[in-house]
Design a binder for this molecule. Structure first.
Ligand code: HEM
Length: 255
């Protein structure tokens, strides 16, 4: 019995010591099916730069922390992307601005489409790298996660922009299928022609359509799209080319 009690105390002390070593704060998820997240503060993250005396090699994106030790050649000392190590520089994943001011997690300047590409980077880290604790993502306390590991208002805003960006991307994709871009060619005198075929604008289809100008509302600018049927001609943003018969599949244009 005494042996059992001593072993029990030993295991308990070992667990407590381990927990202290792993994190400044550890928070249990509210639901037992969701693994606990390890919370990290900025100062601690800054120690993970991959330098000889550092604790390891981490980076954060959208407040989620990844162990990028296996990408040492990119993020470690001397690597082409070493400036990502030990911090959350989410903005620069989209802007490509790797200066001190560019390496920030302030995303307020991003458009919804840019937020979508930032989340593509997040998906890349989930796929190619390990979260800092098996089965649990590390979270950086700061702009995106509160001290209790809850999403902040800033993260909720970015997630709303992500939704909007994904919707716009889906709409653009549907429009591309519906109104594919025309083929075009130009000569030195800036005269050219636009025409439709069963493969134009990167869309393979079983119809060719006829060239029309599609105006983007508010900008006054137009681009050539292939229109399949006359019902679309009721769209006020779609106009015929001057000097081109309505059913011609090729029209002369001037830049
Ligand atoms: C917004 C701009 C850019 C960002 C944020 C970016 C970011 C990154 C990151 C994070 C990696 C490492 C990926 C990993 O962990 O495996 C990487 C790798 C790489 N990037 Fe970029 N990159 C950018 C632009 C470019 C450009 C313009 C080029 C080429 C002209 C380029 C060429 C490469 C190459 C060749 C690798 C792989 C290097 C290797 O395997 O040794 N990147 N990039």
């Amino acid at each position: 019995m005494l042996g059992f009690i001593i072993s029990f105390i030993f295991v308990l002390v070992a667990i407590l010591l381990l927990r202290q070593d792993w994190a400044n704060i550890t928070v249990d998820a509210p639901h037992s099916t969701v693994p606990p997240a390890r919370l990290i503060i900025k100062d601690e993250l800054s120690l993970y730069t991959g330098e000889a005396d550092s604790k390891g090699l981490y980076l954060a994106i959208l407040g989620q922390v990844f162990d990028v030790e296996k990408g040492m050649k990119h993020y470690g000392p001397g690597g082409g992307y070493r400036f990502f190590a030990g911090k959350d520089a989410s903005l620069s994943f989209v802007t490509g601005d790797f200066t001190d001011t560019g390496l920030t997690d302030d995303l307020s300047s991003l458009s919804p489409a840019q937020v979508v590409s930032l989340y593509d980077w997040l998906a890349f880290y989930h796929k190619d790298y390990e979260p800092v604790v098996p089965y649990a993502t590390g979270r950086l306390v700061g702009r995106f996660y509160s001290e209790s590991g809850e999403p902040t208002e800033a993260l909720l805003q970015v997630e709303a922009a992500l939704e909007q960006g994904r919707r716009l991307k889906d709409q653009a994709l549907a429009e591309k299928q519906h109104l594919p871009a025309c083929n075009s060619e130009w000569n030195a005198a800036r005269r050219g022609r636009v025409w439709c075929s069963t493969k134009s604008g990167g869309v393979q289809r079983d119809w060719a359509g006829v060239p029309r100008k599609l105006f983007s509302p508010g900008s006054g600018r137009s681009r050539c799209v292939c229109v399949q049927n006359s019902s679309m001609l009721e769209n006020p943003n779609i106009q015929e080319y001057e000097d081109c018969p309505p059913h011609a599949d090729s029209c002369p244009v001037r830049e």
